[in-house]
Ligand binder design. Structure first.
Ligand code: UGA
Length: 466
């Protein structure tokens, strides 16, 4: 089948490549010249494990190609046109202007027998209008109506290839498909996927996508609340969740406590759902609490680092381990690290960060003035009064912590992802502070040494206590 995918961002590029891998003839259409140039020389605009190899293999096999937006043949010859343009305004809100412009340009040119599939995540109120928008555009140019379907994506950054190739489910939201042609085409597109195909109304499909992300966010905020209970009563949330995970009604995923969720999807979709629900006169107390707990976790991390260095960050040197919003990605969108770094700097700390994605780290430095980037974890830890782990890259669990201790000014780690082994850190001489891992330890005063700003000056009582 000939498929054209409009918009080669995260969702579009993964979709185009996955469909080509299944043997379809795929053309990717991209508006950004620089992105197009990169793709044409085999360079991906972002990091995603396994994707570059798959793009190269499919381009070489002649099943995948990339063209600019003015290539009308890419639209007119396709059996299925899939739109995957961005719908996030970059400021925490929805924007549908890009989708609207894309539809205006593409829909009139589509073949009469083609099917329009919308893959971007959109607000429900916009999805309700999609059928009329698309077929209104067809009427204007005197062409017959086309089927319009919503096919939400559930791919996670860092594991997008396997999420696409081996999905848990495929959701087919029917917006307008009077003779069933659209459903038949979409089923053919996905015939190699061994997953249940769930056919439903378009708005149901839209809310099934949003609902999944809202539930995942709720699980994370719940885990963070549980972590507070654990701290109060001296329990370890990691053990508690281990037991919960054996209950098939609950499952163990998305229950990692720590600095909370970031990225371009979960925070934005929770905030926007609260906002649009409130505009519609609906109270959504659970989602409001999910949002509040998440914001509190970032603040709590900063508070823990403050306590860890004796009550004031002023003049202290903090090492931040990890900047991307999660491991195996170079994405910094709404990364907790950025909020945290800004707060630490505002409080007078020197912040030296390291992330295995060095290019992402450099971008972080341009987003957070004053943030210093180190090119290894040990270099970031050198002379630090405390370390804060923000992203659970494997490299940090595997770090030689005894060596880390020898280069740090003070051996204190605040583990914002519960990714380290408290016993191992303890054995290496560290004070370990996690989230929900028993009673929060007090940092022993004897581990307080002069800070960078007070080098060579006797430690005052207030700097040495907490
Ligand atoms: C999320 C969904 O998981 C995907 O299914 C969805 O397709 C995608 O949004 C989207 O709407 O496009 P993603 O944003 O890639 O995917 O990230 P997640 O893996 O969901 O992680 C989100 C955040 O939650 C990360 O900051 C992660 O560190 C955090 N998290 C995750 C926790 O704090 N605790 C956990 O237990 C799990």
């Amino acid at each position: 089948m000939r498929a054209t995918v409009i918009g080669l961002g995260y969702v579009g590029l993964v979709t185009a490549t996955g469909l080509a891998e299944w043997g379809h003839q795929v053309t990717g259409v991209e508006a950004s010249d620089s992105r197009l140039r990169s793709l044409r020389i085999g360079r991906l605009p972002f990091f995603e494990p396994g994707l570059a190899e798959l793009v190269t293999a499919n381009v070489r096999a002649g099943r995948l190609g990339f063209v600019p937006v003015d290539r009308a043949d890419a639209i007119g010859e396709a059996d299925v046109v899939i739109t995957a343009v961005g719908t996030h305004d970059g400021n925490g809100g929805w924007q549908t202007a890009t989708m609207q412009a894309c539809l205006s340009q593409v829909v009139p040119q589509m073949a009469d027998g083609a099917v329009l599939v919308v893959r971007s995540t959109l607000p429900p109120e916009y999805v309700r209008t999609l059928g009329e928008i698309a077929n209104g555009l067809r009427r204007e140019v005197g062409r017959p109506a086309i089927p319009v379907l919503l096919n939400p994506e559930f791919t996670q950054e860092g594991r997008a290839v396997s999420d696409f190739m081996e999905p848990d489910r495929i959701v087919m939201g029917v917006i307008s498909d009077p003779d069933g042609r659209g459903q038949a085409r979409l089923a053919e597109l996905y015939e190699k996927a061994l997953a249940p195909m769930l056919v439903m109304d378009g708005v149901d499909a839209c809310l099934s996508k949003l609902g999944a992300n809202l539930f995942l966010a709720t699980k994370i905020s719940f885990a963070n609340e549980l972590a507070h209970l654990c701290e109060t009563f001296g329990a370890d949330v990691v053990e508690v969740v281990r037991a919960l995970s054996h209950d098939s009604r609950i499952g163990g995923k998305f229950l990692r406590a720590g600095v909370g969720f970031g990225g371009s999807c979960l925070p934005h979709q929770v905030a926007m759902t609260v906002h649009t629900a409130e505009l519609a006169g609906l109270d959504v107390p659970v989602l409001r609490a999910v949002h509040q707990v998440n914001a509190r976790q970032r603040a709590l991390f900063v508070e823990r680092l403050t306590q860890a260095v004796g009550g004031s960050l002023d003049g202290r040197r903090i090492a931040l381990l990890g900047l991307t919003f999660k491991p195996d990605t170079d994405d910094l969108r709404d990364a907790p690290s950025l909020t945290i770094a800004r707060s630490l700097l505002e409080a007078g700390a020197t912040v030296v960060a390291y992330d295995p994605m060095l290019a992402a780290a450099e971008r972080a430095a341009s987003l957070v003035p004053g943030l210093v980037i180190a090119d290894t974890a040990l270099a970031a830890l050198e002379g630090a009064d405390a370390a804060g782990l923000v992203t659970e890259w494997r490299e940090f669990a595997d770090l030689d912590w005894p060596t880390a201790r020898s280069v740090m000014r003070r051996p204190v780690v605040v583990d914002g992802r519960n990714a380290l082994e408290p016993r191992e850190l303890g054995a290496a001489g560290f004070t370990y502070i996690g989230f929900g891992r028993g009673l929060v330890p007090q940092v022993p005063p004897q581990t307080m040494r002069p800070s960078a700003a007070t080098d060579g000056v006797a430690i005052t009582a207030s700097a040495a206590s907490h």
